[in-house]
Design a protein around this ligand. Structure first.
Ligand SMILES: NC(=O)c1ccc[n+]([C@@H]2O[C@H](COP(=O)([O-])OP(=O)(O)OC[C@H]3O[C@@H](n4cnc5c(N)ncnc54)[C@H](O)[C@@H]3O)[C@@H](O)[C@H]2O)c1
Length: 345
């Protein structure tokens, strides 16, 4: 069934890209990973992920920037992919305030280069692309109040440049599907957590703060609902999506967007208390977290979570991992990666 599959994963040194690459390699599918190893967060973590991947004979890595046209063509020539999973992007909402250029370069120019390479894939490497799967984000829902967030809802009021680039990616992919018949599936990821995760995300920085004995701020006294999805569940969903191209829509365009997340939101307080317990259990911290309970902040949304009905109906996607289990796995990894709380500030 995996015969002849060749997958190119952009952002392979990233959190989701690493875990997806590992899963495919374990299933005997060759992976070519691409990443520019930028220093948006700790490069050692990206290198550590690559080191683990390089233990597989079927893994090849190309260090390149997705906005570099020649490098991307070379990469296609080398990988001859029939499936591309495009995860490389400048992520993070706050960073887009201080470094807007990075978002234009990676998320717009870079995304365009990937689309162009997919369009010309046959000329570049003699291999027609059968499916492009690309990362979008729940941030496209902006400050929508209606929950759960559904792909049927309007998503044209972004509240960050990051969100605006992700929404643009969906439109660009749609246009390329329409114009050049590239089957493409966009995945709106909701918050993903787990081992080898992203240090810029809240659960990771809460952990760092607990280690340093700093205060954790809980707005609306922690009474805010969010959905969190464990990385293995996300990877299972992505693998399912990769296996089948979308049906043509009402305009005959082979493009579809799914939410990929969890439809069981947790309160922030419960999340932090579970994280705290797991970190105590694994010896990452030896004293309770200092929590600061604060009122709701203007602009905060009380609850957000994903409507994942489409993904469930089309692919049988159903997250399996509970918070206790998932956060314990994260804590065990953290304890090993940053032994004796020696993590640099
Ligand atoms: N993790 C989440 O909770 C989450 C939520 C919503 C959306 N997403 C999206 O999913 C995708 C993967 O996210 P992640 O959490 O693994 O992020 P990540 O930052 O860990 O991984 C992205 C990788 O892309 C690489 N990259 C960035 N710009 C590049 C460029 N110009 N050229 C080549 N490589 C480049 C980075 O070095 C990084 O290793 C991203 O597109 C992100 O926007 C993730």
């Amino acid at each position: 069934m995996n015969e002849g599959k060749r997958v190119l994963i952009t952002g392979a040194a990233g959190f989701i890209g690493y875990h997806l690459s590992s899963r495919l390699l374990e299933q005997g599918i060759p992976v070519c990973g691409l990443d520019n190893l930028n220093d948006y967060y700790d490069v050692n973590l990206k290198k550590a992920r690559l080191k683990l991947l390089s233990r597989h004979a079927d893994f090849q890595f190309i260090r390149a920037d997705i906005s570099d046209e020649a490098a991307i063509r070379n990469c296609f020539l080398h990988a001859r992919p029939n499936i591309v999973v495009h995860l490389a992007a400048q992520a993070g909402v706050r960073y887009s305030i201080t470094n807007p250029e990075a978002y234009l370069q990676s998320n717009l120019i870079g995304f365009f280069r990937i689309l162009e390479a997919c369009r010309h894939s046959e000329e570049i490497c003699g291999q027609k692309l059968s499916h492009l799967v690309y990362a979008s984000s729940s941030s496209v829902y902006g400050s929508n109040q209606k929950v759960p967030y559904s792909t049927q809802d309007r998503a044209d009021h972004p509240v960050s440049l990051y969100a605006a680039t992700k929404k643009s990616n969906e439109l660009m992919a749609y246009a390329y599907s329409k114009l050049y018949g590239i089957p493409a599936t966009g995945l709106r990821f909701f918050t993903v957590y787990g081992p080898l995760g992203r240090p810029d995300m809240a659960y990771f920085s809460f952990t760092d703060k607990m280690v340093r004995g700093e205060k954790i701020q809980l707005f609306n006294n922690g009474d805010m609902y969010r959905d969190f999805t464990y990385i293995d569940d996300i990877v299972s969903g992505v693998v399912k999506v990769m296996s089948r191209v979308p049906d043509p829509d009402e305009n005959g365009v082979w493009h579809k967007i799914y939410n990929i997340g969890n439809n069981r939101p947790e309160t922030l307080l419960h999340f932090v208390e579970t994280l705290e317990r797991c970190l105590m259990e694994t010896g990452v911290i030896n004293r309770p977290a200092v929590k600061e309970f604060l009122p709701m902040q203007p602009g905060d949304v009380y609850q957000t979570y994903a409507d994942i009905e489409d993904l469930e109906k089309d692919f049988g996607f159903r997250p399996q991992t509970g918070l206790d289990d998932g956060l314990l796995k994260f804590a065990r990894w953290y304890a090993g990666f940053y032994p004796r709380t020696a993590k640099p500030d």
